[in-house]
Design a protein around this ligand. Sequence first.
Ligand code: BGC
Length: 411
Amino acid sequence: MKKGFLWGVATSAFQLEGSPNADWSSWDSILSQNPEVTNHYAMYKEDLSLLKDLGVNAYRFSLEWSRIQPKENVWDSSVIDHYQEIIGILKSYHVEPMLTLHHFTHPLWFIKKYPWHEDESVPKFLEFVERIVSSIKGVSYWITFNEPYVLLLGGYLEGCMPPGIKDPSLALKALKNILICHAKAYDIIHKAHPEAMVSVAHNMAALAPWHRWNPLDRALAKMAKYFYNHSLTDAFLTGHLKVKFPLRKEVLIEVPIKDKLDFFGVNYYTRVHIRFNPFKQMLIELRHLDIDGYGLSDLGWEIHPYGLEKVLRYASRLNVPLIITENGIATRNAETKIDFMRKHVDAVERSIKKGIDVRGYFYWSLIDNYEWLQGLDARFGLYRVDFKTLKRKATNAAAYYSYLIRSRSEF
Ligand code: BGC
């Protein structure tokens, strides 16, 4: 990798520190036993020192909006100071901060009163953005939204994430408002910091037909791939979001995001196989198959490094630098984690050799954390957390990541 390549780890605030005022706290009963999750809000210094041990030069983290604005008109500046202190510590370690404004959670008052499908959500979110951009100093890399499509699938189509709605029309209204917020946040950040690098982190998956011989499986896989991976990328190029759901008419939504992108954040984890099933919502059934023999994670997700090359190739049409803002595996087996990292970093190197402008790789995640639909059992961390004693312990994967960084860098 070239000099300046960002070697990082990624985290999100709620997954490490919880928050009493977030929508997720009352959504998932598991959090009532571990409301502080890893207690990172108090143990941040210890956790950040792990970055030094790893030798990363970048760290992606998010702000917990519900701590900063626990009630509609109440702002807690001590929380902003806390996040600013984190940035100071990163700088003292020569670690580049990448800041995510929105990573799935909301203050409870927001999601109850101004859910994303209501247009009033836009000015409310932007108040938060203005407040942050005018107070936070020292950040060059900004992510406005983490995985808007996952938020949409979970919150508006499957209903397994707050606000728990299952309605494709409301989903599209919500998506439009979120993308309007991205565009406006992009301008707000650039006004204050003209040199800033701003993006979203888009979850892209390898999507394939379950049975290649079945034209219905092929057609659905193609439709899903376009919606999930490509419609957002294309909207950044055209300003139009083309959406086609099974059995529904194609819709074209105008979104003001054309060129509102300085780099593109790609989150990549797995391949998903798709088949036609008349009994499923939208006629689609999803499954992970271990076709190439690389194995499955503890969550049953297929390990498929080649998919990373494919999504990077598609994203490269945006003509902005690409950064892998998340890539990781939930497994208790350090050897499996090591193999996963090596194979995915190899895929990044192959992409760069083929001329794709990839400027960074962030492993998800630094320490074990709360995984939205799987609670505390999904072990993504390079460092193991014992959720009873809250002790952190390095796994062999941490040592391997340091080695990988040293051996693949030209510093
Ligand atoms: C999300 C993370 C999540 C990870 C593993 C990404 O979709 O940004 O919050 O923990 O995947 O599921």
